[in-house]
Design a protein around this ligand. Structure first.
Ligand SMILES: *Cc1c(COP(=O)(O)O)cnc(C)c1O
Length: 370
């Protein structure tokens, strides 16, 4: 049985069940349950309009578009990336037979430090794979400038960046490809799901072939594709959720404002403030503990919250570069990644979602203050 006193880090945005039922009836009537039916087409169109991006392709989760983006751009050799992310980012480089090269992060955003990228480029480097961590925009202009000068592709793991805009322009327009996750834990979800944002029609076609075994028509297979299609039911669910996602983001914003106001004066606690010209999505609310000033370690606070039934998460700890697959890489040495280690060792993401009530927020704040 669900514990009423439990405050979870996230809670899925759910469509109205009666409205969902109506759409399910339409699917039942049509008997078209997957393979890019009308709800699939509509969700692609709705998202195109919502983001203001030229082409989007839907996927069955957020990991496959990452994996397929490297295939589509024919990435080989070395890929520069961040150790401070969800492990899927680096796994996709590895699964493509490429070598991940870790570069340290910028402590002011948690993102790949664009000033340290050039030093990591070798003749084998073919791509940069940054992540807009927590929805904080990467330094997209500087990264593009480096990519242009060295002839590199840029693939953004934008799993945290749904709805993020810089000066009114979607962050998803940056780079060669951006990928999204629509997992239940994210700002916008289709239960499981994901997407790829593409800038030209030829690549959109190529991606749609690749996610459907390489089929161009009944008798033509144009490449070694895979199956990564999302079904009609989850697309219908997504269409409904898209209509309420801005309200959910605004509710998250209000939570962030309350956390900031209450925690700003606490010695040893820091967090990110709003960034000028950025429409943020408040996908996470990370706080950083300075043990000496706060008087308690990060892990002690984490345990104390857990005892009080408040479930924070140490996102992102441990660093990807610390997992056994990657630990042996030269770029994974802790001396190469001091800022990433510092952030990983001090972070707790507080409960953050659209349905947190005043009492939940106060209980969380009180637990940190006392
Ligand atoms: C959630 C997430 C993914 C993976 O998405 P799934 O939909 O769970 O496959 C990839 N990268 C980052 C940064 C994520 O947070």
């Amino acid at each position: 049985m669900a514990n009423k006193n439990l405050i979870t880090i996230t809670s899925p945005l759910l469509p109205d069940i009666d409205e969902f039922h109506e759409l399910l009836k339409q699917i039942w009537d049509s008997k078209w349950i997957t393979n890019c039916g009308s709800f699939h087409q509509q969700l692609e169109q709705d998202l195109n309009e919502y983001f203001g991006v030229p082409f989007i392709s839907l996927f069955t989760n957020g990991t496959l578009p990452l994996l397929i983006s490297l295939q589509a751009l024919r990435i080989i050799g070395e890929v520069i990336t961040t150790p401070y992310s969800f492990v899927a980012t680096t796994h996709c480089i590895w699964w493509n037979g490429c070598k991940p090269v870790f570069v340290d992060i910028d402590p002011s955003t948690g993102n790949l430090d664009s000033n340290k990228i050039e030093a990591a480029i070798t003749p084998k480097t073919t791509a940069i794979m940054p992540v807009h961590v927590y929805g904080n925009p990467c330094d997209i202009n500087k990264i593009q400038d480096i990519a242009d000068r060295y002839g590199l592709k840029v693939i953004y793991d934008a799993a945290h960046a749904f709805g993020v805009r810089v000066k009114g322009d979607s962050i998803l327009n940056a780079g060669d490809i951006s990928t999204l996750s629509f997992h239940a834990t994210k700002v916008f979800n289709t239960i499981e799901g994901g997407a790829m944002i593409i800038h030209d029609e030829a690549m959109k076609k190529r991606i749609d072939y690749l996610k459907n075994f390489g089929f161009a028509d009944e008798v033509t297979v144009v490449g070694p594709g895979i199956n990564s299609k999302i079904d009609e039911m989850r697309c219908a669910y997504g269409i409904l959720n898209l209509r309420q996602v801005d309200t959910a983001i605004e509710a998250r914003h209000q939570v962030a404002l309350k956390y900031r106001e209450a925690l700003r004066s606490i010695d040893g606690i820091s967090f990110f403030d709003d960034i000028p010209d950025v429409r943020h999505n408040y996908s996470y609310f990370p706080i950083f503990i300075d043990e000496k000033k706060y008087g308690m370690s990060r892990d002690e606070l984490y345990d104390k919250m857990k005892e009080a039934n408040i479930l924070g998460r140490r996102y992102f700890y441990p660093l990807i570069s610390e997992f056994s697959t990657y630990r042996g890489l030269d770029s994974a040495r802790p001396e190469n990644l001091p800022n990433a280690h510092k952030m990983a060792n001090s972070v707790i993401c507080l409960p953050m979602h659209h349905a947190l009530n005043e009492e939940d927020i106060q209980r969380t704040i009180n637990c940190i203050i006392k």
